[in-house]
Design a protein around this ligand. Sequence first.
Ligand code: AQP
Length: 341
Amino acid sequence: SQRVFSGVQPTGNLHLGNYLGAIKRFVELQDRFECIYCVVDLHAITVWQDPVELKKSIREVAAAFLAAGVDGDRHIVFNQSQVSVHAELAWVLNCVARLGWLNRMTQFKEKAGKDRENASVGLYVYPDLMAADILAYRATHVPVGEDQKQHLELARDIAQKFNNDFSQSIATNGFEEKFFPLPEPLIAGPATRVMSLRDGSKKMSKSEPSDASRINLTDDADQIANKIRRAKTDPFPLPETVEALKARPEADNLVGIYAALADTDAAGVLDAHGGAQFSQFKQALVDLTVEKLAPITAEMKRLVADPAHIDATLAKGAERAETIARETMNAVKDIVGFVRR
Ligand code: AQP
């Protein structure tokens, strides 16, 4: 069967990139797949999180899922720390993954920065935990933004090495040869990498100090309008062709955002707006962004104000997730050769 797994970190400042690159796609996949969506709080603490803020952010990400249209009854919505298999399986996968593989991860290099000696060990093995998240559910498809592509390739390598290293035991224990399916990335559409509004060469990110660089899912209409009006652009009108966008990162970014929000592609946007001045196009983008985000923002606010519904959804989701993940973990224990209780 085909199963989707994906997660979002509760690290504050959920933004338009997280929405277009991940959450909006989560919603779209619900009719075609069995979906499991996780608030990955264990991942969040790989860098320091204020405990009070963390709790707030966990509920906020869950609220964003639900407000955007994820159905927590038909599908599974939960937070990672409520299902201990994630940490348990990650340990086994730490012993499968190779140091050389992790040394190649560019996100670690970016996030650890120059002071690498001072980065947490958790930040280094983050991709192994991500592999555990996916493999615990033997998920077949993982919708993510472009920035997660390398981690997903690592998850595939880990799955394959596990299948190979334990092939005999997998057979002896009566499991399929490909015990872990190799998860396929779902990275598609016009907004797989939304860029900063202040710098077309950097991705829009939660941790960027400048709030003007991103549109937060909690921003109101005025904030959205101000940020889009102030977004960096070049002095030329919008081009007529997609080809001409390549050399113009800021224009490309705004067109991509418009296309994703309008459920079209860059060519569709340029058909309607090619040749327009940015002042005009930005106004159209403000209107569209507000139209699409305002209902989500309002619903998030409503859900967060009384977290009982969120907490109940997460608890119910964790119970259902646990059932699937525990079965995988028991199988992994048998395959590895542990003696089970
Ligand atoms: N700029 C982006 N464009 C498209 N997709 C994006 N994603 C993140 N940024 C963009 C996707 O959102 C999902 C959740 O991301 P995450 O919470 O796991 O963390 P991240 O990738 O580290 O996101 P941030 O917002 O950039 O955080 P910081 O600043 O901490 O690095 C993922 O599917 C991701 O691809």
